[in-house]
Design a protein around this ligand. Structure first.
Ligand SMILES: [Zn+2]
Length: 111
């Protein structure tokens, strides 16, 4: 894959950090990093039972209060659908890893 300086158009070695012709710093697109917010996980912060509602609201930018209200309503008036969905999510969604160092992002193991 050819790489060209965005500043002067000089062709460069792949992975070079600076242009050899003009010295401009290169900003190559970072490889995709899966953060805790882009992957469906059960967060440890803000959870009430197992973190399912909090995880869904984090992932889809929903209000966690409404997620919980709908889950409870479905559990009571939906013939237990809310409870079933909750348990399914509880089993399927991985738990957020313990004790992430500050400033780091969660990268799941390749599968
Ligand atoms: Zn250049």
């Amino acid at each position: 894959m050819a790489v060209f300086c965005k500043n002067c158009g000089n062709s460069m070695n792949e992975g070079a950090r600076f242009c050899s012709a003009c010295g401009a710093q290169m900003n190559f697109a970072a490889p995709p990093v899966y953060t805790a917010q882009t992957r469906l996980i059960r967060p440890r912060a803000g959870r009430m039972v197992a973190g399912v509602c909090q995880g869904l609201s984090n992932n889809y930018a929903w209000d966690v209060t409404w997620v919980r209200v709908i889950t409870v309503l479905l559990s009571i008036f939906g013939g237990g659908a809310g409870i079933v969905a909750y348990v399914v999510f509880w089993v399927v969604m991985p738990e957020e890893p313990l004790a992430l160092p500050s400033g780091t992002t969660y990268v799941p193991p390749a599968s």
